[in-house]
Design a binder for this molecule. Structure first.
Ligand code: NAI
Ligand code: CS2
Length: 453
């Protein structure tokens, strides 16, 4: 039997549930990229806000790539469960904030109608780093920003809102990008025609955020285990960790849910939090992914159990990433590193290294290259990051396993043309693919070259 509004009352008593009337909730949020992370993070904070009495914050999800999540959630009236797992056991909660999911290429007008609705105040995004259609140096790639991209939907909706005299909306990027709000604002502004760009800059806001909760892709075994626990089939179920953090720049175009009731922090200094998270957590994650896969590990907790890899991850976080960051008041980066390693060790969370290894071309700039560039200015190198970078370079050759990356073909061609002797130059030389972010000096080349054999 499937979880839905009709079977809700069959849920076992141990499952926490919302206390508000979800049918009385207009959809105040449209979310692009309603994957696992949104359902474990922003949708949970929004559920908390409506449990605390807020109204009007139902979420309309939008998938621009596949109909899978729509097929998982719509037959369940948008309902799903989130299970936080750790060595101390599981905590399962029913989430009611998602109302429905639209598939862009199936119902484009319905997506634009939702974005242009007077009820909509927030448009949020977890579309992966590649969803922003950027070139390796971070500019808008117009060849990628086509009719199926977020930009086309936003432009159509902004035009209608402007012509109807409606106010703008807040665009809330919840992807792992540096200065994510400022990046989104720049990219959207670059896409729009000048007149609409003026409306956008006056009427809309793009606050930056730091988002953190480790959410592995749900497996079939996860769904079966949750069904055994609930006595109902939940195709949209999410497995995650107990930890969750959300730091949001307090700059909105209009109303917002009281996400602070669920523990979100509002501040004007997101930068210190997001830089620490991207360079320490995500930087170590990507290092464990490429080095762990090369050693035959499958999950994060296996890689971090390897003494050499946990030492490298610790050095990357503490000696290299943390020393490139100006901490916010009260931010203890040494304690943060210890907490991150403890989270990575969670034996109850099967977070696949292959999932983290995905899209490396979109991730390494903000996770590694910014740290390398920071230290290079002071004449310092980062052996831990350079070891991981060499593992990524070997990874993208594609000999050991398929490369899941929007630039996979370009990177494979680079390898074929450059070979082992020139690949560092092709990627990180003066005219390399990533040269706008960081260029390898002689010391870095000397360090990495032997590792490419
Ligand atoms: P997912 O695979 O479950 O969902 C990805 C979503 O992005 C899907 O809805 C997909 O349709 C959409 N998407 C992918 N490529 C796109 C494109 N080119 N244009 C538009 N939409 C596109 O992945 P998940 O776990 O939800 O993660 C999504 C993002 O959330 C990550 O890339 C990261 O930026 C952020 N995040 C994820 C965390 C996690 O542990 N899973 C934690 C913190 C942040
Ligand atoms: C991971 C992140 O897949 C990846 O690249 O490093 O999704 C990571 O799980 C989150 O940023 C944790 O908040």
């Amino acid at each position: 039997m499937r979880l839905s509004a009709a079977t809700l009352d069959r849920l076992p008593p141990g499952v926490a549930r919302f206390g508000y009337d979800r049918d009385a909730q207009p959809a105040g949020i449209v979310h692009f990229g309603i994957g696992a992370f949104h359902r474990a993070h922003q949708a949970v904070y929004t559920d908390d806000a409506m449990n605390a009495g807020d109204r009007g914050w139902g979420i309309t999800g939008v998938s621009l790539r596949s109909g899978d999540v729509a097929a998982q959630t719509n037959p369940q009236d948008g309902l799903y469960t989130v299970s936080a797992r750790s060595a101390q056991g599981d905590a399962t909660r029913l989430i009611g904030s998602v109302r429905s999911v639209l598939v862009g290429h199936e119902h484009p007008q319905a997506v634009i109608d939702a974005l242009a609705s007077p009820d909509t105040h927030i448009v949020s995004f977890t579309i992966t780093e590649k969803g922003y259609c950027r070139t390796p140096d971070g500019a808008l790639d117009r060849a990628l920003a086509g009719d199926g991209s977020i930009y086309a939907y936003l432009a159509a909706a902004f035009r209608r809102r402007r012509d109807m005299g409606l106010p703008g909306v807040t665009l809330l990027c919840c992807d792992n990008l540096a200065d994510n709000g400022a990046q989104l604002s720049r990219l959207v502004g670059d896409y729009l025609d000048p007149d609409l760009a003026r409306w956008f800059s006056v009427e809309c806001a793009c606050p930056s955020t730091m988002v953190d909760r480790i959410v592995p892709a749900t497996s079939g075994a996860d769904r079966d285990a949750v069904e055994a626990q609930l006595g109902l089939r939940d195709e949209a179920t999410i497995i995650t960790e107990p930890f969750s953090q959300w730091v949001i720049e307090d700059r909105f175009a209009g109303p917002r849910p009281r996400w602070e009731t669920g523990g979100a922090q509002f501040t004007h200094n997101v930068h210190a939090f997001e830089t620490a998270k991207l360079r320490m957590l995500n930087g170590a994650h990507s290092a464990l992914a490429y080095l762990g896969l090369a050693r035959g590990y499958e999950f994060v907790h296996q890689a971090v159990a390897d003494p050499e890899l946990t030492a490298l991850a610790g050095a990357l976080m503490r000696d290299e990433a943390a020393s490139s960051i100006t901490p916010a008041q009260g931010q203890d980066l040494d304690a943060y590193a210890a907490a991150l390693l403890a989270r990575f060790r969670n034996p109850a969370l099967n977070h696949r290294l292959a999932q983290i290894a995905m899209d490396g071309s979109q991730k390494i700039p903000q996770r590694w290259l910014e740290t390398l560039a920071f230290h290079q200015k002071a004449g310092r190198n980062c052996p831990a990051i350079l070891t991981a970078l060499a593992a990524w370079i070997v990874h993208i050759r594609g000999d050991a396993r398929p490369v899941d990356d929007p630039l996979a073909n370009d990177l494979r061609m680079l390898w074929r043309k450059a070979g082992t002797a020139q690949i560092i130059d092709a990627l990180f030389g003066q005219n390399g693919l990533f040269s706008a972010r960081w260029t390898a000096d002689a010391a870095a080349r000397h360090f990495m070259q032997p590792l490419l054999a």
